[in-house]
Design a protein around this ligand. Structure first.
Ligand code: GAL
Length: 381
């Protein structure tokens, strides 16, 4: 259905063009001047952070496919998680005359110069999934409800420990349980939303002594994982096991905000003799992104949960927003309060997310066509 909508909107833009006499393309020509241009004359620059995580590859491919289906040319770049590379890629997109930019930043505070150049050339900028901070020149933000993602991560930890039931009612377990907390990269605005949502949810249990963060590391600065790296999370989990759990005590739950980190954490736990499965004493480990390797681990009772953010919907939303700007209109926002980037509140479109447990892999991920049964069984995309 969505594909049809996008294709149809592309046709409307094209029809609008037929009614006008042609106007020149080039930097920002589609935005705000009330004139329509042929989508085929417009180029959208799409900057994605890295290809080491499958979600960003899927995001990049889906945004590109949606834009091309709507008739635009696309310049898609991945930056290998290197900030100067991403800055350079965006500079080049602007120099080559991009008409709009869709940017998923590596460091949300590092693109102000590029955004100023975009604004000077009248090029609208859409922040994709991650907010770009400290700049007036972010026109729109498409993302998920990131605070809610954090709430869902903490909720699934509570469900795994038996403190809550999946329907939200109180569970039978009483604790106390030892847990440890991981956060994402501090230069990614999302990491703060995830951690805040999670901590607000866990707070009453920590205050009551039902959950014990035995290492005492409860600040986001202590829990953070630069660049969201799996190896970094594995190393920190190893260090926590040595520093805090060599007295014979066990860790029973780990809040992890991303599947890549979860796999590093699980490796550290396995190497220290936990598991292999939850039934054998593997702690409850959460996640995010429904990466296929982690969905297999959930199916095999090793990882407990993940959060499914349907990147196909995010890509569609980015394309719809791009089409609005390029037709000289404002995209539709559903949130104009949550995302203050330090300079202004960026109008946003937030999408919903779901908690994945073993028993809803089928309905959420397979029935929706996100992964096939074979992929879940093999753990390979
Ligand atoms: C965040 C994103 C998460 C996860 C993480 C690591 O910005 O919202 O879904 O992908 O980066 O890549």
């Amino acid at each position: 259905m969505r594909r049809i909508t996008i294709a149809a909107m592309g046709a409307v833009v094209a029809l609008g063009l037929a009614a006008c006499s042609g106007s020149g393309a080039g930097g920002g020509s589609g935005a705000g001047d009330g004139e329509s241009v042929d989508p085929a004359d417009l180029t959208v620059g799409v900057a994605m952070p890295t290809q080491t995580s499958e979600r960003w590859i899927a995001d990049g491919d889906a945004v590109k496919a949606g834009l091309e289906e709507a008739g635009y040319k696309v310049d898609l770049q991945f930056a290998g998680d290197d900030i100067p590379t991403q800055q350079q890629q965006i500079d080049q997109m602007i120099t080559k005359g991009a008409d709009l930019l869709i940017l998923a930043s590596i460091d949300g505070t590092a693109l102000a110069t590029q955004l100023q150049a975009a604004a000077d050339a009248n090029i609208p900028v859409i922040a994709y999934d991650r907010l770009i901070r400290d700049s007036e020149n972010v026109d729109f933000y498409v993302t998920f409800d990131n605070y809610k993602v954090g709430v869902q991560q903490a909720t699934s930890l509570l469900v795994g420990l038996g403190l809550l039931n999946a329907d939200g009612s109180a569970g039978d377990a009483t604790g106390p349980f030892n847990i440890e907390l991981f956060a994402g990269s501090l230069d990614d605005n999302n990491a703060h939303f995830f951690f805040q949502g999670a901590m607000d949810t866990l707070k009453e249990y920590i205050d009551a002594g039902t959950l014990v963060v035995k290492s005492g590391q409860t600040d986001i600065e202590q829990a953070a994982t630069l660049r969201w790296l799996q190896e970094t999370a594995q190393k920190r989990m190893e260090d926590l096991l040595t520093s805090t759990y060599s007295d014979g005590s066990k860790v029973q739950g780990v809040l992890s905000p991303y599947d890549g980190l979860s796999r590093g954490i699980l490796t550290a736990l396995q190497n220290a003799g936990y598991g292999p499965a939850i039934a054998d004493g593997m702690p409850i480990v959460t996640g995010q992104d429904a990466e296929i390797a982690s969905v297999k681990l959930i199916n095999d009772d090793v990882q407990f949960s993940t959060i499914f953010k349907d990147t196909r919907k995010l890509a569609d939303q980015a394309v719809l927003s791009a089409q609005s700007f390029l037709a000289g209109e404002e995209p539709e926002a559903n949130d104009t309060e949550s995302y203050d980037n330090g300079v202004k509140v960026v109008p946003s479109f937030l999408l919903d997310s779901d908690i994945v447990y073993k028993d809803n892999i089928q309905s959420l991920l397979i029935d929706s066509g996100y992964w096939t049964e074979d992929q879940v069984a093999s753990g390979q995309a």
